[in-house]
Design a protein. Structure first.
Length: 187
């Protein structure tokens, strides 16, 4: 099984990364997947220029780190998004990466996958779940979304995701479930 983790946070080992790690622990109980991590914050990824070059020639004309993401994403069985909410949506570095995936939009690269979305947030998460639900279904892929509010509104303080052991367990269990789904669909 091939797994790609798209890390949307600039805080390595933060809330969204922690949920992704719990998920990987669960999936590894069933075997040893190939896992590739992309930390968008550390990568050289230019903004999509909307030039249409990919429509004409089939590949993005910009030469940068997306050349690593394209084949890994396309071949992945499971794509994990570790996505903290910033201003009501995914972080800009993750959005920039996704905009560039426009170059490989196709049933081959977006279909038949399990997308796994970990959203950590203070106030709101709806927009990103709605977006990825629509995209996944549109290509015949599945979406598994787990959200965690990392904030106490009463005291108005952030709470690390580690203070929600039920969410950590839920993420690990989801890893087991997705491993089982993949093995039953592969035959
Ligand atoms: C600059 C900034 C903007 C944020 N904007 C939002 C927001 O609009 N809505 C929200 O629910 N949470 C917002 N948050 C809270 C984070 O999404 C939340 O703390 C999350 O758990 C951080 O995850 P991470 O540790 O993986 O980066 C914001 C945090 C920062 C630092």
């Amino acid at each position: 099984m091939k797994v790609v983790v798209l890390h949307g946070s600039s805080r390595k080992g933060g809330d969204s990364d922690t949920l992704a790690e719990c998920f990987l622990r669960g999936i590894r109980e069933a075997g040893q997947p190939e896992v590739v991590h992309f930390y968008a914050i550390d990568m050289n990824i230019a903004h999509c220029r909307g030039c249409g070059g990919c429509t004409a020639g089939g590949a993005c004309v910009i030469e940068d780190d997306m050349k690593l993401v394209y084949p890994a994403f396309c071949d992945a069985d499971v794509v994990i998004l570790a996505a903290p909410m910033f201003w009501g949506y995914m972080t800009s570095q993750l959005k920039t990466l996704f905009d560039r995936l426009e170059a490989i939009v196709s049933d081959r690269c977006f279909g038949g996958k399990d997308f796994v979305l970990f959203v950590t947030y203070r106030h709101y998460y709806g927009s990103i779940v709605e977006w990825l639900d629509r995209v996944s279904k549109g290509f015949g892929s599945r979406l598994h979304a787990l959200t965690c509010r990392t904030y106490d509104p009463e005291t108005q303080t952030d709470m690390p995701v580690a203070s929600f052991p039920d969410k950590l367990e839920e993420a690990t269990h989801l890893g087991r479930q997705v491993a089982a789904l993949r093995s039953s669909s592969s035959g």
